[in-house]
Design a protein around this ligand. Structure first.
Ligand code: SAM
Length: 231
């Protein structure tokens, strides 16, 4: 069911085209104008990207492998994938994010095929890909929305589906609640945590099973990373 007042998607889109774009472009970039928390999140996120690259390379070369990067942001994953020779189809709900990713890719991808970028929400993605990846996107959606997103992503993937999300454990749930009590000035969107069991159930209903799972955390960044394959 849609939420009252337009729903999360419009809010998320607006955020990632404006203040969220400015904030995350910095965090995902390389410049020094980040504070301690942002630097820590940058480190945690880079670990997630490294882990995904390792997962994807463990079955051999990525040359010619088709990868859908749903919610690609500034291209943190799409660019290294393209450098490895993968055929990357990258999309994001935010036009600002896609423009930034495209500019970076044109500069940085020399020995590979530049990803094909599109401004698109993941619900309207179509086609079939060897691998579908969706990193740190589910945090913007409650579990009832996330279930449908997971099912849709699974329908696009032929061999592998890799998803990361902020885990709903007692400790992190508490942290999040404390954060909500003392919202900082740049906290423009809600953050939703997901239980691994809920994500696993959504995958199972779609006919997929988890093959690998891991937790990536720094002081302020935490993500559960799962790799699923057809059951
Ligand atoms: N996946 C990228 C990464 O790990 O570097 C970006 C993560 S960023 C925290 C979340 C991204 O998801 C933003 O770029 C946002 O615009 C995008 N996003 C949020 N909801 C989306 C949706 N429904 N469809 C596509 N992209 C979405």
């Amino acid at each position: 069911a849609e939420e009252v007042g337009g729903g999360d998607k419009d809010v998320v889109k607006e955020y990632f085209n404006n203040s969220g774009f400015q904030r995350w472009k910095k965090i995902y970039g390389e410049t020094d104008d980040v504070n301690r928390v942002q630097r820590d999140i940058r480190l945690g996120h880079s670990k997630t990207v490294e882990n995904v690259m390792a997962m994807l390379k463990d079955e051999g070369s990525l040359r010619g492998v088709t990868v859908c990067d749903a919610g690609c942001g500034t291209g943190s994953l799409s660019i290294p994938l393209a450098k490895e020779g993968a055929m990357v189809f990258a999309s994001d709900i935010s036009a600002a994010m896609v423009a930034e990713a495209e500019n970076k890719a044109k500069e940085e991808v020399v020995g590979g095929v530049v990803p094909k970028f599109e401004v698109k929400d993941l619900e309207s993605l179509e086609g079939k890909y060897d691998t579908v990846v969706c990193l740190d996107v589910l945090i913007h959606y409650p579990q009832n929305k996330a279930d449908g997103m997971i099912a849709h992503l699974a329908s696009l993937a032929e061999k592998r589906l890799i998803i990361s999300f902020a885990p709903k454990t007692f400790y992190y749930d508490l942290l999040k609640r404390v954060g909500e009590l003392f919202p900082g000035p740049s906290k423009a969107t809600r953050a939703y945590l997901h239980s691994e069991a809920d994500v696993e159930t959504a995958l199972r209903r779609a006919g997929w099973k988890i093959r690998k799972r891991g937790l990536i955390s720094t002081q302020f960044y935490f993500a559960t990373l799962v790799e699923a394959v057809p059951a």
